[in-house]
Design a protein around this ligand. Structure first.
Ligand SMILES: [Zn+2]
Length: 478
């Protein structure tokens, strides 16, 4: 994708756009007699009217205190629950890589259909920066986008490699400046980052005024990352940090270590005291944690049959030509998986850390880390909310991880993250109360993105149209 000339990319990307048109700008919409879960505190405002005008929440109040303009599109909210649109804080697109650019618009629509109205794309490309601007202008239908830099890594991998190879402090500082100048929102670290390179990245990013996010190399270690204030993905390096001092194995199952069967033996040497300590240290460091629990749990710890995977609602979006190789990759791991006991301990330990961070006052953010291994964006974000509850968070706290916490982290809390007057009209109308059961976030009556109302029937139709296009795509796997 990045090899094409800017002009061609511009034409292709432009042709994908669904122009929202002026109608949304002037449209007034009112949710009537609805239960509002504003997420500014844990409560439900019953029998409310929420008026949306010019893509923003114009008014909110008790049904008997607000007059609905006669021109408004009225949405009956009786028995339903209105929550803020959700954030997926760790996602990717198929079209970031070798998949056709023509998929990109559909990818964003799948997210919207799942109520995801803001995303952070964790490995950036120039095309994503263009899409970010077009969504912001209202020219492209999609979630509001934040785009991390191409990856910072100690070596090139993947073909083509989309990143900056940084092996010396000088290379690292130069790359930070480049990424900042290109307009990326964050510096994204991935693999093979040495300690001197890490220090240079942190220093250069501080000077440039850009935040550092992503993986934590074992040579860097958790303590240094916490001290640097890095925002850590996947609980990277935590599984090593909680091993007993006398553990005969130092390598554990963070990040790509999870593929190495020998590393799973380390699960027998977890120091419970350290689990509590690292959770507390994380909360004290004031960093936001995006654990991506679901992706790791479903890929490496919970055994699932191929039939169960085929029955997932997101399976139909995986290209037919990709499925065989993806099933084969799964089988390579699951032919001789780690013992059930170790896999359960893996889930339990990661859950304990997340719960510990939350209870110590730290902030958790929900992220899907998809598309990967038959887990698709949008759908997996809802599974992540369920995983956070399974980890011990209350449904309200799980929802915070996908609404107000990311809005605070992205420094857009004045714009999004709660249902309050003046904020962006990114909303989800639910058929049932998600504070009773977090899986109710999947019972949607419709989604509003920047004031544009899309009832569930329209969204279902949109997904039905998109799925065959994904199935037909030819893939780099084959
Ligand atoms: Zn990722």
């Amino acid at each position: 994708m990045k090899l094409r000339s800017g002009i061609i990319v511009f034409i292709i990307v432009t042709s994908l756009f669904t122009v929202l048109g002026q109608d949304v700008k002037n449209q007034v919409t009112a949710f009537v007699n609805v239960n509002v879960i504003p997420m500014d505190r844990e409560l439900i405002l019953k029998d409310q009217i929420v008026v949306v005008r010019d893509r923003r929440i114009a008014e909110i109040g008790a049904a008997n205190s607000i007059k609905v303009p006669s021109s408004a599109l009225r949405i009956d909210g009786r028995g339903k629950f209105l929550i803020p649109g959700l954030f997926d804080m760790h996602t990717h697109l198929f079209s970031d890589g070798k998949f056709p650019d023509s998929l990109a618009g559909d990818e964003l629509k799948i997210m919207l259909a799942n109520g995801v109205t803001t995303i952070r794309l964790m490995i950036g490309t120039p095309e994503l920066l263009k899409m970010r601007a077009d969504v912001a202008k209202g020219d492209l239908l999609g979630p509001a986008m934040y785009v991390a830099s191409p990856e910072f890594a100690g070596r090139s991998y993947g073909d083509p490699f989309n990143g900056y190879v940084v092996t010396t402090p000088d290379e690292a500082s130069a790359a930070v400046k480049k990424a900042k100048d290109a307009g990326y929102d964050f510096i994204k670290l991935t693999i093979d980052i040495s300690s001197p390179v890490y220090e240079a990245v942190i220093e250069a990013a501080r000077e440039a005024g850009i935040r550092v996010v992503g993986h934590v190399d074992l040579r860097v270690g958790l303590q240094r990352a916490l001290a640097a204030g890095q925002q850590i993905e996947h609980l990277d390096s935590y599984m090593e940090a909680v091993l007993k001092d006398d553990s005969p194995i130092k390598a554990s199952v963070s990040d790509s270590g999870v593929w190495r069967k020998a590393n799973w033996e380390s699960l027998d040497y977890i120091d419970e005291r350290k689990v509590a300590e690292v959770s507390l240290a994380t909360a004290r460091a004031g960093i936001y944690t995006c654990p991506t629990l679901t992706f790791f749990k479903l890929s490496f710890a919970v055994e699932q049959s191929d039939d169960a995977i085929r029955a997932r609602p997101d399976y139909r979006f995986f290209p037919l030509k990709m499925r065989e190789s993806r099933h084969a990759a799964r089988l390579r791991f699951w032919t001789s998986p780690p013992t059930l006991e170790r896999r359960e301990k893996y889930i339990r330990t990661r859950n304990q850390i997340v719960k510990g961070i939350h209870e110590a006052g730290g902030k958790i953010m929900a992220g899907s880390d998809t598309p990967e291994l038959f887990l698709l964006y949008g759908y997996t974000l809802h599974r992540e909310l369920q995983s956070l509850v399974e980890a011990g968070l209350k449904p309200f706290a799980a929802l915070e991880a996908a609404t107000r916490n990311p809005a605070e982290f992205l420094k857009i809390f004045g714009e999004a993250g709660t249902i309050e007057r003046g904020k962006r009209a990114d909303l989800i109308l639910l058929e049932a109360n998600p504070l009773d059961d977090i899986s109710n976030t999947e019972k949607r009556a419709g989604v509003m993105a920047r004031g544009r109302w899309m009832p569930e029937a329209e969204l279902k139709k949109m997904l039905d149209e998109i799925a065959p296009r994904f199935q037909a795509v030819s893939t780099p796997d084959k």
